[in-house]
Ligand binder design. Structure first.
Ligand SMILES: Cc1cc2nc3c(=O)[nH]c(=O)nc-3n(C[C@H](O)[C@H](O)[C@H](O)COP(=O)(O)O)c2cc1C
Ligand code: SF4
Length: 778
């Protein structure tokens, strides 16, 4: 460079630099379009960034604005967004480091993210449901294969769909995902033509490298790439995955790639139309594949199966928490008031129900126990009950949900072999004659000593209960982790727990109802409150007959059960005497231990056992489900409570329950009674004492041979409890390493549970080592 030129440069360099800086700032301010970030990852909204909007945004804005047009948004809109951004300190804070050069100062909190995922999951499922009904949507089958086994099943799926009476009208394609040229246009930025389509996957698993790895990496990368829409598959109609694997060779990694695909498709926003299925190539894959595809087709073809999606649709992380929140107390003073203000001449004692049973005319003039427009109806349905007819209810139990996900069954599986996913919990009478302090439904159900309502026929109750139950099962199909095999089985109820809320034996046609269950080979577990001796005496054979024993003396019983009958103690004793005469039944005492109320009366309980001689005594720590105060909300965990209000201090630890059981067992031995501790389910704080006759050659036989029970029942011969016993598995027997937790299931403790336990621990004395597990037990 010459000297003249150099001096000219010196003269113009400042204006030039200034001009360039001004241009840059002007351009950046007005036209620069930042890289996409999405709210979930802590950046700006997709709409601001010109990326497809998230579902959350869709909700707020006009849905008709599809994402193709959004992608084409002009610089003006971007500038508008930008200027909004600049004006908002919080949005500024969310701007990425890359854009501003300053560190990201705030990411959304974990709770916020969890909430977004939850809201999104629900919306996705709802949206998917509407689309499931769209008979025009295409079905795309994708598969991967190395040695062609998977291809065979994918082709089979294709042929089955092509010949399906309803689904064959759809456009059905089949593609090998390993040769799919453009994964992006199917999974990263799906073409609009794929909206509302179904994606069905049939996939093998390979521990070693396989072409499928690339596909899985694509899904993962898409989900983890903060620059792009992480839920691009939300406009699909739904998806379902079937995995092939070798359980014998790779049991710890069985079908792991199919499971990963299922997981990431869900994360990418696709609505899961059906639980992931698995087939063991060294096992009964034909059957597994058939069951999965049959139920999948039913779901796709039957609009009623997807009519309603409840709040039970949840992310993996939230499910445990939600389960814990499931029970809550809603006091309905109206129900109590109604029962008190009933005219005396309306009253018919439940013991005199014979006439009512005979005459439906009499009952038809009476009012409904739970009318559709009553506050009781609203309270119970809000808590997840399906009200059947005018006085019955059904509710999917949390253990049924847990078992569907392979996360453990209730204590009755350990003690008696009830499979929770095959169990329906119902009651033909929502009304009860007690107001127990530990009943978390307290106040939500009608109470009364007499039946003064309409009586629904048992056929209608059973039909309605099964329908209500199956509807709730169907709604579980989109919940992560639901096992396809168990899901398929769950549509044939095998056990009925007649407990739930209310008093089943109160229902005048209880015998007919139980008979109908047995006709369908559904076993019956009937729990009664020892307040209706005449009904108990009339009770026909059930699979297992329970009496709740909530206290060992009159005053404690009054305090714990708050019975409405004035002669409650006489009724209670009469029931125990009747139970002793029921030699043909498997009879059970159920003790619910409430510290400070009824957990110290070992000798008293031993006397009651001697009086009724039940086959079994179940002892369980009370379940704390929020406030159980009889007078409604007011007691709190930390503040302590009035003398009749439950707090966490009333919940015994497992060790305390165990100590009680040991002392009770000794007291029984002292009285010369032949009982011993047989089984346990520490998970539910529950232990079983059984008559020693159920111990044969050193092994306990507390389980039930259900087929044998029905065989005996149908044969018409007289039989007793010892005629349909089965061996208790090792893992359930008292003292086993698993303490009653089925080794086939996986115990999942959500962090919120652990946190709460830690909180609890802090409030307990340090000598108390373990913590109670709080559950609902029917
Ligand atoms: C090398 C090898 C690794 C495998 N790894 C797994 C595995 O990790 N998990 C699993 O469930 N099955 C595994 N399998 C079983 C295959 O998934 C199964 O045989 C499948 O049917 C193969 O499908 P394809 O014939 O379509 O390739 C493996 C098989 C082989 C040969
Ligand atoms: S808790 Fe009761 S309703 Fe639930 S699975 Fe067990 S027995 Fe059935």
């Amino acid at each position: 460079m010459g000297e003249g030129a150099l001096s000219t440069w010196h003269e113009i360099r400042f204006p030039l630099i200034l001009g360039a800086t001004f241009c840059y700032v002007y351009w950046r301010y007005c036209f620069y379009q930042p890289r996409a970030t999405i709210p979930k990852k802590g950046g700006r909204s997709a709409r601001e960034s010109g990326r497809p909007p998230s579902d959350d945004e869709d909700d707020e804005d006009d849905d008709s604005e599809d994402y193709d047009s959004t992608t084409e948004k002009t610089g003006k809109e971007s500038a508008d967004a930008k200027s909004k951004n600049l004006g908002s300190p919080s949005d500024d804070a969310a701007t990425s480091t890359e854009e501003t050069g300053t560190p990201v100062s705030s990411a959304p909190t974990k709770q916020k993210k969890a909430r977004q995922v939850k809201v999104f999951t629900r919306r996705a499922m709802k949206a998917g449901d509407t689309r499931l009904l769209n008979a025009k949507s295409d079905i795309h089958i994708f598969y991967s294969t190395l040695t062609s086994t998977t291809e065979k099943y994918a082709s089979q799926l294709h042929s089955l769909l092509k010949s399906h009476p309803v689904l064959s009208t759809r456009n059905i394609t089949i593609q090998n995902i390993d040769y799919l040229d453009d994964l992006d246009s199917h999974f990263v930025t799906p073409a609009r033509s794929l909206d509302e389509s179904f994606y069905l996957f049939v996939l093998p698993s390979y521990e070693s490298e396989s072409p499928l790895d690339y596909f899985i990496e694509t899904l993962k990368d898409t989900y983890n790439d903060f620059r792009i829409d992480s839920r691009p598959l939300r406009r699909l109609g739904g998806y379902a995955v079937f995995g092939l694997g070798d359980m014998n060779g790779w049991d710890h990694m069985f079908c792991y790639q199919a499971l990963l695909v299922d997981k990431y498709l869900g994360k990418l926003g696709a609505p899961r139309a059906f639980p992931v299925g698995t087939g063991n190539v060294k096992g009964d894959i034909e059957k597994e594949f058939k069951e999965w595809s049959d139920h999948l087709f039913d779901t796709l073809a039957d609009p009623t199966s997807v009519a309603e999606i409840p709040d039970i649709t949840m992310s993996d992380d939230e499910s445990e928490e939600a389960n814990d929140e499931e029970e809550f107390d809603i006091v309905d003073p109206a129900s109590v008031k109604i029962s008190r203000t009933t005219k005396a001449n309306d009253v018919v004692d439940v013991e005199d129900m014979g006439a009512i049973i005979q005459s439906s005319k009499v009952t038809s003039t009476k009012k409904e126990m739970v009318g559709k427009d009553s506050p009781t109806y609203a309270s119970l349905t809000k808590q997840g009950y399906t009200i059947v007819g005018s006085h019955s209810g059904v509710k999917i139990c949390r253990w049924t949900k847990s078992a569907l996900r392979g996360r453990g069954s209730c204590y009755k599986f350990a003690f008696y072999g009830i499979k929770s996913h095959l169990c329906m919990e119902t009651t033909p009478s929502l009304s009860c004659s007690n107001k127990c302090v530990f009943c978390w439904r307290h106040g939500t159900n009608p109470v009364g000593t007499t039946w003064r309502w309409q009586v629904d026929p048992p056929e209608a109750i059973l039909k309605g209960a099964l329908e209500g139950h199956y509807k709730k099962i169907k709604q579980m199909r989109g919940v992560p982790g639901v096992q396809a095999a168990r899901f398929a089985e769950a549509f044939t109820v095998r056990h009925c727990a007649l407990s739930l809320v209310g008093e089943p034996i109160f229902y005048p046609h209880i015998n007919e109802f139980v008979g109908m269950l047995h006709e369908r080979h559904i076993s019956s577990f009937l729990v009664c409150n020892a307040q209706h001796p005449d009904q108990l005496a009339r009770m026909n054979q059930v699979t297992q007959l329970y009496v709740s024993i909530d206290a060992a003396d009159k005053e404690s019983l009054r305090r714990v059960d708050k019975p409405l009958h004035r002669d409650f103690w006489e009724r209670f004793n009469k029931c125990l005497d009747i139970l002793k005469t029921k030699k043909n039944q498997r009879t059970v005492f159920r003790l619910t231990l409430v510290k400070g109320f009824n957990a110290e009366e070992v000798l008293g309980y031993a006397r009651l056992v001697a009086q009724a001689l039940p086959c079994f005594v179940e002892v369980k720590g009370v379940t704390y489900c929020g406030n159980s105060a009889p007078s409604g909300p007011g007691a709190s965990f930390s503040k302590g409570a009035s003398k009749d209000t439950l707090t966490m201090a009333n919940v015994p630890f497992y060790e305390e329950v165990l100590d009680f059981v040991k002392r009770l067992n000794e007291a029984l031995a002292d009285q010369g009674l032949e009982y011993d501790i047989a089984a346990e389910h520490a998970h539910s704080c529950c232990i079983l004492i059984a008559q020693k006759r159920f111990k044969i050659d050193g092994d306990w036989y507390t389980h039930i041979a259900y087929d044998r029970f029905f065989e005996l029942l149908e044969s018409g011969v007289e039989f007793g409890p010892m005629d349909y016993i089965a061996k208790t598995p090792e893992w359930a027997q008292f003292g086993s390493e698993q303490a009653g937790f089925n080794p086939e299931d996986e115990r999942v403790k959500h962090k919120s549970v652990v946190k709460r336990e830690m909180k609890l621990k802090g409030s307990r004395s340090s000598s108390e080592a373990s913590l109670p597990v709080m559950i609902e037990v029917s």
